[in-house]
Write a protein that binds this ligand. Structure first.
Ligand code: PLP
Length: 458
């Protein structure tokens, strides 16, 4: 007798194979094996994704902050299909190029701030940040300042997991993996506005960017890598004036300002790039994720004319590049993605929806005394859970409050994400096409989930 494949048995069979053959990123493999099947997604439409068990979830995180135009976008699929059947892949090495990668580079130059007119393509965010670190060091070498090698990176930063990006990441857990770090990355404390303005009485001055440069010596520092809004480190929006102050420090000391726009880019924060929320033009910019809304793997490092021209004078092969640098299919999808962003005024829509999301979080904070520190920029948001926000008392670490609320949301068919060293932050980053009713539904589910969490504590 042949096995009857029902939805239920499909899930069981796939889960068995998953456990046998897959190791998942950022996942405890043993917990996955012990605690039942993974959630296996089979389709997506708009802001929702559906599992093998036919359960539809609101994707309140755009998966990994990347599916900006939402799931099941036919135009993006068509752009990919059309390129796949014309020229799926071509090398960009040694004089080869292709039309989508050229046209996308031109479009990126038009959109990027200042004179960031050139791009070096990669396949994702981590590769972009490793590339940015190498390019920054290479640039100073070419300028005859090879001692300028150090990269300043901030606490709570997340820059990815390739070896340079991982070292720049300021979340301790990532440094435990096989003790793999590069040399020359120094840590400064994020968001110390007064210190960056030169206030030496600030108790944290020594650990600020300014203090770090004083200690290390500007002549040893190549660049500072910064997410305009920190993502995985907790959705941390910098204080007003902070990024401008950092730009000024970079100018004073001949240090490159390297913006990591991997989450913030392509409309997420209500501007085309996160840095556009402030009066700052970086020297380099890492991009990925939202450039294709996740429909294909693509990243890049944009750089200003001074860096490009300095490198372009180098009369030898630059020993850097990826097989998928300038991938025509990924670039064709990127071009279509940007065309839709512009044609459908998605960024204006994000700014409208930001107000709805903010209203929803304010409502949660008013209703639940444990909800505090709500923050929203575009459709990038978070709130925190404290046992007593007034006195600053966190929940006992064994409670894992954000996990509890995120799990309760998941049981109610909403995906959001737990963050924070004390597991106190809940992050929300829905697709940019979300509408008012869908935001209200998300808030209702979070509201019910917080109530359920509180009930377990009574
Ligand atoms: N930079 C930032 C700000 C990110 O959030 C991420 C991923 O979440 C990365 C870099 C790494 O990107 P990828 O996972 O595509 O390598």
């Amino acid at each position: 007798m042949t096995t009857k494949i029902t939805q239920q048995s499909k899930t069981v069979e796939l889960a068995k194979l998953d456990k046998k053959h897959l190791l998942h990123p950022a996942t405890n493999p043993k917990a996955l094996i012990d605690n039942g099947p993974p959630i296996i997604f089979v389709k997506g439409k708009g802001v929702t994704v559906t599992s093998t068990d036919d359960v539809e979830y609101i994707d309140g995180m755009s998966m990994l902050w990347n599916v900006n135009l939402g799931h099941g976008n036919q135009e993006l699929a068509d752009a990919g299909n059309s390129q796949l059947s014309t020229l799926a892949y071509a090398s960009s090495f040694k004089g080869f190029s292709n039309e989508p990668s050229i046209l996308l580079a031109e479009k990126l130059a038009e959109l990027a701030p200042g004179d960031l007119n050139s791009v070096f393509y990669t396949s994702g965010g981590s590769e972009s940040n490793d590339t940015a670190i190498k390019l920054a060091r290479f640039y100073w070498e070419l300028k005859g300042k090879s001692e300028k090698r150090k990269i300043i990176a901030l606490t709570n930063a997340y820059h990815g997991v390739t070896i340079g990006a991982q070292t720049a990441t300021g979340l301790a857990a990532y440094h435990k993996f096989a003790s793999s770090n590069i040399d020359g990355v120094v840590r400064a404390t994020a968001h110390l506005l007064n210190s960056e303005l030169g206030d030496k009485s600030d108790p944290n001055y020594a650990d600020s960017i300014r203090g770090t440069i004083e200690r290390e010596g500007a002549e040893t520092i190549a660049g500072i890598i910064i997410e305009p809004v920190q993502g995985a480190g907790g959705v941390n929006i910098p204080p007003e004036g902070y990024l401008e102050a950092v730009r000024k420090i970079c100018d004073e000391h001949n240090i490159l300002f390297m913006a990591d726009e991997v989450i913030c880019g392509f409309g997420r924060t209500g501007k085309m790039f996160g840095i556009n929320n402030w009066n700052v033009v970086p020297d380099m910019m890492s991009i990925a994720k939202g450039i294709t809304s996740g429909y294909s793997q693509l990243g890049g490092v944009m750089m200003n004319d001074e860096i490009r021209e300095t490198i372009a004078k180098f009369d030898a092969v630059i020993p850097h590049g990826f097989t998928y640098s300038g991938h025509p299919t990924a670039c064709a999808i990127g071009l279509k993605n940007i065309e839709i962003l512009e044609r459908d005024n998605i960024i204006d829509h994000v700014n409208e929806m930001e107000k709805e999301l903010k209203k929803g979080l304010d409502y949660l904070a008013e209703k639940h005394s444990i909800v505090t520190n709500c923050r929203v920029i575009g459709l990038l948001a978070a709130f925190e859970l404290y046992e007593d926000p007034t006195s600053g008392k966190l929940f006992d670490p064994t409670v894992f409050p954000a996990n509890a609320v995120v799990d309760a949301c998941f049981n109610r068919q909403l995906i959001v994400r737990a963050l924070g060293v004390y597991n106190q932050i809940v992050a929300i980053a829905p697709p940019l096409i979300i509408n008012k009713e869908e935001i209200e539904k998300m808030i209702q589910i979070i509201d019910d989930s917080i109530t359920a969490f509180k009930n377990t504590r009574n």
